[in-house]
Design a protein around this ligand. Structure first.
Ligand code: ACM
Length: 672
């Protein structure tokens, strides 16, 4: 397979006693010695200070994973003796984990023993994940390198948001996502539970919220508590979001009186921004929200509750004469001022129920109390602007997974770049960031492939020092982490072939794999334009080629790296030239089989132009390698023809785009 072949050319890591550093995220400080601690049948673990059920559970879970990884059954350490690994924890950590939880740990491994020290259970969990990532294997078996690590996060808020409104995600998806988050040391699961397209959590006080607003797809309170407990066992906070006052159609289906328009309302099936918005002028709205927040506060113990606040178009407010009169009487000059009024009242409700407020950056309006946290999604500048005004903030602009950007693109986005103009005090207000998985184009089958492995790169940006910024080294480790995540139960790799088999309607998809390996979904904007013109809704199944394919597959970065190495000296770099040629031949090798397979599938036939382009691109590559490696000029007109082919291949077709065009263009450019 082309992917595997490419991977072997990735950056080699400096060798220290055979230890290959694949840690993700990278620790703050690590020194490496040359010794090895063997992981064999005598490997035991003990605790020597504080212990509780959560810590015991975390150790047990780590040992189970180590057992799966090594095939070794580990004995319990005899009572009162020190294990091979001693876990020393000072105390349990915060009763309800918040942003100030101490997550630091140190890990010292010698050829005789390992010692993990942490102030809290949560710190110990972070250290155990590091330990599992350190495991090495070779002809002598499994072992840990002799290292000394002192580690703590750069940012204290390292989140992942999942929108479960536009598409509902069952419990299994949520739980395996939490496993993945813990593996890369993320600590906030932001659960987007309501939006225009569905209300996803049971309210016993207002049962019609889900009876009429969810199509029967929602989390019971018991399930939500289970998620909170499971996340807590992994040291992950759960911040629920109830989007208000806009993005609230699903609330109004069962309770039209809280809306500003006349109704009746129905669950929204389309994507975008809609008019239904809560009525901020009536006391009954606040009485409703007071009871609702009180109920949700019994389920979600986190100090924060997210109130959304984004994308209110104000249309229903402008169209309602009673609301217009209210605005005049209260000197509220525009709908933004009315929303600020609503937020102030909502903040009192949250405070009464022991919750701090977080909202999307639209909540940042004059007079907003300084303890509201602002989540920047519209741009980087609003984060810094908020910090200058005294607000704490987290960054999501640049971390939208649904944009279909590369891991490298996300990795380059730093909540506090070296160029920051914030004062040291203002910098302390930047709490971190959150990756956002919006739910327009995901379902339970493909969501993992949109979240992972790219989220691991974002997790590293938020945990590791700013200086950890080498893109090639990030990818080298990302592909390893991706496999570890798969072992944990995530389906981001395996789903691709499952989806391709379903699309092809046959078990034999060999002819399709070379094409599938060099395509990825189009960007969100291209997808969005298609949605508008083709009436795509929440009811449209994700069953075309784009949904089968992961964004930023290994081919993109690895091919670019390989071409760049080759082009440094095409005449001398014969092995790179040969590897490239072999890959191009895999693109051109079975064109009739590929076309036959795609023509036989109604769901794939739309993408046949991509198959035809693959043949052209492969031929171009073979010819370019030949000219470059021999230093022979191309015949007249060749370059112009190739540029035309590349330009054509850049055009969106079947909502998939090639991952390899830029390096191919570079090769063509270099031909004489
Ligand atoms: C958002 O993307 N509307 C927060």
């Amino acid at each position: 397979m082309a992917g595997a072949m490419l991977m072997s050319t990735a950056l080699a890591q400096p060798d220290t006693g055979g230890f290959v550093n694949t840690l993700m995220p990278q620790p703050a400080h690590m020194t490496v010695q040359t010794g090895r601690l063997t992981i064999g049948a005598a490997f035991t673990v003990s605790t020597d200070k504080f212990r509780d059920d959560r810590l015991d559970g975390a150790i047990e879970w780590s040992l189970q994973r180590l057992k799966m990884q090594t095939g070794i059954v580990f004995p319990a350490a005899p009572a009162g003796t020190a294990g091979t690994l001693v876990v020393s924890v000072d105390g349990p950590g915060e009763a309800v984990q918040g942003p100030d939880e101490n997550e630091s740990y140190s890990l010292d491994i010698t050829p005789r023993s390992a010692h993990l020290h942490a102030a809290t259970d949560v710190g110990a969990m972070r250290g155990l994940e590091t330990l599992l990532q350190l495991v090495q294997s070779d002809g002598q078996g499994f072992w840990l390198p002799a290292v000394s690590i002192q580690d703590s996060p750069r940012f204290r808020w390292r989140g992942l948001m999942i929108d479960c409104s536009r598409h509902f995600e069952p419990m299994g998806v949520i739980e395996r996502t939490l496993d993945g988050m813990a593996a890369v040391k993320m600590n906030v699961f932001h659960w987007h539970l309501s939006d225009d397209q569905g209300f996803r959590i049971e309210s016993k006080v207002f049962p019609k919220l889900t009876e009429l607003g969810s199509d029967g797809m929602y989390y019971t309170q018991e399930q939500a508590r289970e998620v909170v407990a499971y996340a807590g066992s992994l040291g992950i906070r759960v911040v629920p979001e109830f989007d208000m006052p806009g993005h609230s159609t699903s609330w109004a289906v069962g309770y039209p009186d809280i809306a500003s328009g006349p109704g009746p309302f129905s669950i929204e099936r389309h994507f975008g921004i809609f008019n239904p918005v809560m009525d901020p002028t009536r006391e009954s709205t606040y009485e409703f929200l007071d009871k609702f927040v009180a109920e949700m506060a019994t389920i979600f113990p986190d100090p924060y509750m997210h109130i959304g606040g984004d994308e209110n178009n104000g249309v229903e407010w402008k169209q309602n004469p009673r609301i217009q009169t209210f605005m005049r009487e209260h000197s509220l000059k525009d709908t933004a001022a009315l929303q600020a009024y609503f937020n102030q009242k909502l903040l009192l409700i949250l405070t009464r129920h022991g919750k701090k407020m977080i909202g999307w950056d639209e909540v940042l309006t004059p007079g907003l109390p300084k303890d509201v946290v602002v989540q920047s999604w519209r741009g980087f500048d609003s984060l810094a602007a908020g910090a200058k005004q005294g607000y704490s903030g987290i960054l999501s602009a640049g971390y939208y997974l649904n944009q279909m950007d590369s891991a490298a693109d996300h990795y380059r986005v730093d909540p506090l770049p070296a160029s920051t103009t914030l004062t040291p005090e203002e910098q302390t207000r930047i709490l971190g960031g959150e990756a956002c998985m919006w739910g327009e184009y995901v379902d339970p089958q493909i969501i993992d492939s949109r979240i992972w492995p790219r989220t691991a790169a974002i997790a590293e940006r938020l945990w590791s020092p700013r200086s950890v910024d080498n893109i090639d080294d990030m990818y080298r480790r990302l592909w390893v982490e991706s496999l570890r995540l798969e072992e944990l139960g995530l389906t981001h790799i395996s789903q691709k072939d499952v989806s391709l088999r379903a699309l092809a309607g046959t078990q034999n998809i060999d002819a399709l794999l070379p094409l599938a390996s060099v395509l990825q979904p189009v960007t969100f904007d291209t997808q969005d334009a298609y949605t508008e013109s083709h009436d795509i809704t929440t009811q449209t199944p994700p069953d075309t080629l784009e949904f089968a394919l992961p964004p930023d597959p290994p081919s993109r970065h690895d091919f670019a790296e390989m071409v760049s190495t080759f082009l440094q000296d095409p005449v001398r770099n014969t092995s790179e030239g040969a590897a490239l040629e072999a890959m191009f031949r895999s693109w051109t090798g079975n064109q009739p089989g590929l076309i036959e397979l795609m023509s036989g599938s109604p769901l794939l036939s739309e993408a046949i132009p991509r198959a035809e382009q693959l043949l052209q691109l492969g031929t171009m590559g073979i010819e370019a390698v030949s000219y470059l490696s021999t230093g022979t000029p191309a015949p007249p007109g060749w370059k112009a023809r190739q540029v035309a082919i590349l330009d054509q291949a850049e055009q969106p077709t079947a909502l998939v785009r090639f991952t390899v065009l830029k390096p191919l263009r570079d090769m063509v450019d270099e031909v004489k």
